[in-house]
Design a protein around this ligand. Structure first.
Ligand code: SER
Length: 320
């Protein structure tokens, strides 16, 4: 059975990807790592766990050898809004973790999955039906890291034969671990606001359309791509993938139909607005559909039913 390492496992994606991978590949075959985090106890209960600073290449390589790892999911990243507060730190963390992942993969014959993002696009990219192959001139340090990461990953594939694969995730909506410091975070926080306070203050203005995806589809995307027949892949780093596109009014209306007393006001954060304005309204993900059968299962309506159910249950139990 394949041995998998998840780096940055305590974050929004990792805290759900680890149990998902353990369900597919077996608990003992999926090693979770993070740099000291709150959700690590939970990750450690379900299978192997190691504390790891992904910038510590020596320890990173030791763990890969210790567990005889075949595939690395590198999830380490500062998100877009946090990145703008400290661009140098964002570069060092995002690129440092990727460079270590690629080098260690090269030395130990591992495959590598690293998420890219809608943030890899910029203001000169066509915003509607954004093509797979198009202008990529992002205006955030997060995006600069993502574009560089895509190119570096393709370089490691063509130059060294490292099996690198990636998707450009949209905003990911989930109910286990909150995202932190992202521009799309509002689409998660709005559900918590609706359940807990029956109100929400939105940091992005009306009319700001962005691609989004429910976590189960994001997990499915990562594993499906990593298991895809390589002879079908014309692209590698990275594939557009999306499941839905909405603006704040649309998600608000969808929640309000289920919770009539819910209200939303706006207090626009200029940095987040500028970032969101530079990203696509909706991407064209036909290459992912053609090359590895990408097929999202969740839309805004079904996701909203599920989010409100899960968060409502947590609230009723006093967990949030
Ligand atoms: N969710 C990320 C962010 O908002 C985009 O990939 O920064």
């Amino acid at each position: 059975m394949k041995k998998i390492l998840v780096v940055g496992a305590g974050g929004q994606i990792g805290s759900e990807l680890v149990p998902y991978l353990r369900g597919i590949y077996g608990e003992s075959n999926v090693v979770a790592t993070d740099i000291n985090c709150n959700s690590c106890t939970k990750l450690a209960e379900g299978g192997p766990f190691e504390e790891l600073d992904a910038l510590d290449g020596k320890r990173y390589a030791e763990i890969v050898r210790k567990y005889n790892i075949d595939a690395i999911y590198n999830l380490v990243a500062l998100l877009s809004a946090t990145g703008e507060k400290n661009p140098q730190l964002a570069w060092n963390i995002n690129m440092g973790a990727l460079m270590n992942s690629l080098e260690i993969a090269r030395e130990n014959s591992c495959s590598v999955f690293t998420p890219s993002s809608i943030g890899a696009f910029g203001p000169s990219t066509p915003a509607d039906n954004t093509p797979q192959d198009t202008v990529m001139r992002p205006s955030t340090i997060y995006g600069v890291c993502k574009v560089t990461g895509e190119m570096l990953s393709d370089y490691y594939f063509t130059r060294f034969g490292v099996d690198t694969r990636s998707v450009r995730f949209p905003g990911i909506i989930s109910n286990v671990t909150l995202p932190g410091g992202g521009t799309t975070d509002y689409a998660v926080e709005i559900y918590y606001g609706a359940i807990k306070d029956k109100k929400f203050t939105c940091p992005l203005p009306q009319g700001t359309y962005l691609d989004m995806m429910y976590m189960p589809d994001a997990l499915q995307a990562a594993v499906k791509l990593m298991e895809a027949d390589p002879s079908r892949l014309k692209h590698r780093n990275s594939f557009n993938v999306t499941a839905m596109s909405f603006d704040p009014e649309k998600i608000y209306a969808t929640i309000k139909r289920r919770i009539p007393e819910f209200t939303m006001s706006y207090d626009v954060e200029p940095v987040k607005k500028a970032i969101a304005d530079s990203w696509p309204n909706y991407m064209n993900d036909s290459c992912a559909r053609e090359e590895w059968d990408w097929n999202p299962q969740w839309n805004l309506e079904t996701m909203t039913d599920d989010m409100l159910k899960v968060i409502g249950e947590k609230h009723a139990k006093g967990l949030i």
